[in-house]
Design a protein around this ligand. Structure first.
Ligand code: PSV
Ligand code: MN
Length: 431
């Protein structure tokens, strides 16, 4: 099947032609520098080119807060338009072929049609997300007081059924993972019995797991607060780990970088979960205060690098280690397509820098308790500018050397503004 490109391949080529000479010279200079350290730049470029991070379907529309949403122009109105936007992001970045759907937001009438449509853009479906944190029109029971952990068995059954429907749909779309995040929790001390709520959650997730196809993974996403502001049922990685451990081998933990208290050592959580084979996936984003859902790498790129430092370290010991990588961001003031292109590259950058860490030197410094040399070894990799590697990987794939500039030159957003007149929508909300 030939891939549909919303932006003409000729335009990408013409744009690339303008920066090709500069890239060649930067790439050669970096290659020579790396060679002095015994690193082969071609090998790094090949690894950068293989890197993938999935797009959140809900990220291509303008996000909002609980106060307001300020829609952008030409926003996607249907799942097909969202897929077309994801196609553009992948065309220009070259590293986002997976799309993570959220059900019922993205529920298609005809899954086969959607699957083929996505394939035509060179896209496939990554982990499926269920939604039992909102009530939908015509739903029999409300999730106001929780879903999988509700005190009411009819609510719990409805939430389990919904997850099983999402799995069924995901099966027909070619996905192989289910991400479960619930808003269950409490707003007041005493409102909920912690142990009983957790037991009910476990029984419900066990029922979902029992219906999971044998080649699927179930990902449990923890979150410290919001929408519940006193306690949440899967509040932290400890609760998530305990649940995943109870539920079964193919049940793992998903780390959303924004779902922790400020200053928590997330890279250490990553190491802990990976050591016990329970690290299943990521929702990448960045934050300053809470679950801000800001663009990956925009606030603390060093933390992102330290997370990848752990991931690369684990992968060196276990070739089968392959967590699901997804972006989960809310774009309130930027063009979501630009944010997602830029963020995907930031995650890829953190990965490539982590590949550059001299692991032997780090290990030796650690064993010798040489704190200065250990941290300097990490910084030596982090401080290298690997942009030419990312650019070369994109160019080799026919993606854009300068993806944001190429996107702007294409006028894709202006075309969408004309083709997708704004619809009347609620003015607040998370997405
Ligand atoms: C919750 O904050 C979350 O991180 C979950 O992954 C949801 O599925 C997503 O955001 C969108 O609401
Ligand atoms: Mn998330």
């Amino acid at each position: 099947m030939t891939t549909t490109h919303a932006i003409s391949a000729q335009l990408v080529q013409d744009q690339n032609a303008q920066t090709q000479a500069a890239l060649q010279s930067d790439y050669q200079a970096l290659g020579a520098k790396l060679a002095r350290y015994g690193v082969d730049i071609e090998q790094l470029t090949a690894q950068a080119a293989e890197f993938k991070v999935a797009l959140p379907s809900w990220g291509v529309g303008t996000g909002g807060t609980r106060f307001a949403r300020f829609p952008g122009q030409g926003e996607p109105r249907t799942i097909f338009e969202k897929i077309a936007d994801c196609g553009v992001i992948h065309q220009l970045s070259g590293i986002t072929p997976g799309v993570s759907l959220h059900i019922p937001w993205d529920k298609p009438k005809d899954p086969q049609e959607l699957r083929e449509y996505a394939h035509s853009y060179g896209l496939y479906f990554d982990a499926m997300n269920s939604n039992t944190f909102q009530d939908q029109m015509g739903q029999a029971h409300s999730y106001k007081f929780g879903s999988l952990s509700s005190t009411d068995s009819s609510v719990r059954n409805q939430a389990v059924e919904h997850n099983l429907e999402v799995v069924e749909l995901g099966r027909s779309l070619g996905s192989n993972a289910l991400t479960v995040w619930v808003g269950d929790g409490s707003n007041f001390p005493g409102q909920q019995n912690f142990r009983r709520a957790f037991s009910r959650y476990l029984a419900s997730t066990q029922a979902i797991y029992a219906g999971l196809p044998s080649d699927w993974t179930m990902l449990l996403e923890h979150k410290m607060y919001e929408p519940a502001f006193y306690s949440t049922v899967i509040q932290d990685w400890g609760s998530s780990y305990l649940a995943a451990q109870e539920i079964g081998e193919r049940c793992k933990c998903l780390v959303d970088l924004g779902h922790h208290a400020p200053n928590v050592n997330i890279e250490m959580i990553v190491a802990r979960l990976a050591q016990f084979n329970k690290l299943g996936g990521f929702h990448f984003n960045d934050s300053k205060y809470g679950d801000d859902d800001l663009d990956s790498g925009s606030i603390n790129p060093y933390q992102l690098f330290l997370v990848f430092n752990e991931l690369v370290d684990v992968k060196a010991l276990d070739a089968n280690f392959a967590p699901f990588y997804m972006l989960d961001q809310s774009h309130n003031v930027t063009d979501p397509i630009e944010s997602l292109i830029y963020s995907a590259a930031e995650v890829q950058r953190a990965y490539v820098k982590a590949l550059l860490v001299d692991r032997q030197a780090l290990s030796a410094a650690q064993d010798a308790n040489d704190a200065m040399l250990a941290q300097a070894t990490l910084k030596a990799a982090y401080n290298l500018d690997v942009e030419p590697i990312l650019q070369m990987a994109r160019q080799q794939k026919g993606a854009a050397i300068e993806p944001i500039a190429t996107y702007r030159a294409s006028n894709y957003r202006q075309q969408c503004a004309a083709a997708r007149p704004a619809e009347k929508r609620a003015s607040s909300g998370i997405v």
